[in-house]
Unconditional design. Structure first.
Length: 114
């Protein structure tokens, strides 16, 4: 089924110069699906997935770092903010809203994870 990524994935984002930094994780909310949700997140969030989810990143280098013990991933999008906040023409020059934008995007999620 297609649901917002934020159905059970949380996010925090910001800038590091011209790069956007995005953390995505599954919270320990008592769900019996926690381990399966984490496995899904780790398998799903790849550089290609990020580039499909965020078309503005298609021509940029995207790194994804798995953090299995934290139930999440760290994503770095190189150059998304140009030369940094002072030189950026983006609506969100510090990438503070990037996490919520990603959480709002529709993705395919297996029914058993919801």
């Amino acid at each position: 089924m297609r649901l917002p990524l934020g159905t059970f994935v949380h996010a925090r984002s910001g800038d590091k110069g011209g790069d956007a930094n995005l953390g995505l994780w599954v919270a320990h909310d008592g769900s019996p699906s926690y381990d399966a949700r984490v496995a899904w997140l780790l398998a799903t969030v790849t550089p290609g997935f990020v580039q499909e989810l965020l078309p503005e990143t298609r021509d940029l280098e995207v790194e994804v770092h798995a953090l299995p013990n934290l139930g999440g991933v760290n994503v770095v999008v190189h150059g998304l903010l140009g030369r940094g906040v002072a030189a950026s023409t983006r609506f969100d020059p510090q990438a503070k809203g990037l996490g919520e934008w990603v959480r709002s995007r529709m993705v395919s999620i297996q029914e058993g994870l919801v």
